[in-house]
Design a protein around this ligand. Structure first.
Ligand SMILES: NC(=O)c1ccc[n+]([C@@H]2O[C@H](COP(=O)([O-])OP(=O)(O)OC[C@H]3O[C@@H](n4cnc5c(N)ncnc54)[C@H](OP(=O)(O)O)[C@@H]3O)[C@@H](O)[C@H]2O)c1
Length: 372
């Protein structure tokens, strides 16, 4: 029997939850994986050795039950619908269970007066999580994941275009981390609380890259030329809406799409470029951060359906036509329907003096160009 402490991983079938579970198991730590339901993803975690806990992460009773016998946890709020409620349920249950150490997935943009209700929730959630002095916390303030670009792989494979509202194609605005590299930092902090308690990390990829470089890397992975095309926010919203009606309702949430619009604006403004890249994947995660080209190649290798074909091309063109005829969601309507708390003077990060002051590049972390 392992003498290592059992670690609870919330959002265990998600992008960072799954590699966190797998890497902890590889290091010999017993893991309880919190999942919403049994499916292919939970089966994969179980066959890797995780104990599966099925429940609702927004229910304090389920969270209580999930924390029985554990002292450490990875806290990962699902992006929607109400992250603050998740933080409250988690923190209340952690208080009752006397948890000793938590690694929380925050946001690089996290700030009190942000335009995004999600980002403001993350900011308040971090404060809630840190309120009990007996429990140590490590915060992972990650920026825009590399995974976000992979939504564009199908169209890139068939039509040779990578379309996103990321602004000028030549400007290097993000050092995108892989899900696995983010998880490596979470795992480093979960297995060694003494070293990482109270610290904040920001995993990044090895270098800042531009939208044109992202398109070129996708092209290399796909074995064809891919060109970046800057699109309007309206087009992005139409694309999500058009796609949403084809897939499960859970994949399309207006509240979620509303956040993406705001994050794309932060991207164009350059907030994700501040203080990037960092050395955190290397120093905390114990591995070299993966390049975007390598990440894209892995995704393509796992998607044999991406091979260009006449039917694939026709599908992509039909999807494009559908986007053109789809009416853009009405933002004012989304704000009203979702009952968002609207601030009088919300800010984006680079206009926020408090955010700028707390996100200054430091000599320790800033490595111009590439991670050494
Ligand atoms: N994407 C980015 O660029 C980015 C950047 C910075 C920070 N973040 C942060 O990343 C976090 C999301 O992390 P992630 O991308 O690793 O997660 P994710 O892939 O969105 O996964 C969320 C997981 O939570 C599960 N879940 C949702 N509601 C549940 C419920 N009521 N009960 C039980 N399970 C539930 C989902 O299960 P099902 O799949 O079965 O529904 C899914 O496995 C957010 O807090 C966000 O602020 C993201």
């Amino acid at each position: 029997m392992s003498t290592r402490p059992k670690i609870l991983v919330t959002s265990a079938t998600g992008k960072t939850g799954t590699p966190t579970v797998l890497q902890l198991l590889e290091k010999g730590f017993p893991v309880r994986a919190f999942v919403r339901r049994l499916d292919r993803r939970s089966e994969a975690l179980e066959s890797a050795g995780a104990e599966i806990f099925i429940g609702n992460q927004y229910s304090i009773s389920d969270m209580r039950a999930a924390m029985v016998g554990v002292k450490r946890a990875y806290q990962c709020a699902p992006a929607a619908p109400n992250p603050l409620y998740f933080y409250a349920a988690f923190t209340a249950a952690a208080y009752e269970a006397n948890l000793e150490h938590v690694v929380t997935l925050g946001q690089w943009l996290s700030s009190a007066d942000h335009h995004s209700p999600m980002t403001r929730s993350v900011y308040m959630g971090e404060i809630l999580t840190k309120m009990r002095p007996e429990m140590t916390v490590t915060t992972i303030n990650v920026g825009w994941f590399a995974d976000n670009y992979m939504n564009g792989l199908d169209v890139a494979a068939q039509l040779g275009v990578f379309s996103m509202p990321l602004g000028d194609g030549n400007i290097k605005k993000n050092a995108a981390p892989s899900n696995e590299d983010i998880a490596s930092v979470a795992v480093g902090a979960l297995i060694d609380p003494d070293t990482h308690a109270g610290k904040t990390y920001r995993p990044t990829g090895p270098e800042l890259i531009s939208p044109n470089e992202i398109a070129a890397a996708m092209g290399k992975a796909l074995g064809r030329t891919v060109k970046y095309q800057d699109i309007s926010e309206k087009m992005l919203l139409k694309a999500f809406k058009a796609r949403g009606s084809q897939v499960a309702a859970a994949d399309y949430s207006e509240a979620g799409v509303y956040q993406i619009k705001l994050y794309a604006e932060e991207y164009r403004r350059g907030a994700f470029a501040v203080n990037a890249p960092t050395r955190d994947v290397k120093t905390v995660g114990g591995r070299m951060p993966e390049s975007f080209e390598s990440i894209a190649s892995r995704y393509v290798a796992n998607r044999p359906d991406l091979k260009p074909s006449i039917s694939g091309k026709l599908n992509a063109l039909a999807g494009f036509l559908k986007i053109l005829v789809t009416r853009a969601p009405d933002i004012a309507d989304i704000e009203a329907q979702n009952d968002f708390v609207m601030l009088k003077s919300p800010t984006f990060c680079l206009d926020d003096a408090e955010w700028r002051e707390t996100h200054q590049p430091t000599d320790l972390k800033l490595v111009p160009g590439k991670v050494a």
